[in-house]
Design a protein around this ligand. Structure first.
Ligand code: RP5
Length: 164
């Protein structure tokens, strides 16, 4: 088995149904990944261990999803040199706005690439694009993926277009 180049972590197993879309994107684009639960607030020591060992274990980027007071992506970003992609998750009565602001409003010097609320699919695609910077075959798979997207829209346009 290929060793994982993307780490997917999330604050709780309740985030898994959303975060699985990132796994689906990576699988579609042929990028190896690992997945586990790491909670910033409930397992802070595990967070430090995961983030500090990530690069040495061969990970090239980390996708971190969390809801509510979503500190996981930012804290991981503070502890590693590899890029971190944050997925704000709709997990509270604030509908994900709490998580979005927690993830996106990082202080200068510690960026987190933040996708839209619950848009783990885009996190997977972005992670694949990061990996593809140094992987020509992956770049070609992403090119084909985008070309398929374009084709799908053109077919829908064809089906939906009318002239009065
Ligand atoms: C966050 O709190 C998690 O990322 C999750 O989105 C939310 C709720 O977690 P559970 O109470 O369902 O475990 O830390």
């Amino acid at each position: 088995m290929t060793s994982p180049v993307v780490g997917i972590i999330m604050g709780s197993d309740s985030d898994l149904p959303i975060m699985q879309a990132a796994e689906a994107s990576l699988a579609t684009l042929g990028i190896s990944f690992e997945r586990t639960i790491v909670s910033a607030h409930r397992t802070p020591h595990r967070l430090v261990e995961y983030a500090q060992s990530a690069a040495d274990r061969g990970l090239l980027t980390i996708i971190a999803g969390a809801g509510g007071a979503a500190h996981l992506p930012g804290m991981v970003a503070s502890l590693t040199s590899i890029p971190v992609i944050g997925v704000p998750i709709n997990a509270t009565s604030l509908n994900g706005l709490d998580a979005l602001l927690s993830v996106v409003q990082m202080p200068k010097g510690v960026p987190v690439a933040t996708v839209a609320i619950d848009n783990a699919a885009n996190a997977g695609i972005l992670a694949a694009q990061i990996v593809a910077v140094a992987d020509k075959a992956a770049r070609e798979r992403i090119r084909r993926f985008k070309s398929d997207l374009e084709q799908q829209v053109l077919e829908k346009a064809e089906a939906a277009s009318i002239k009065g």
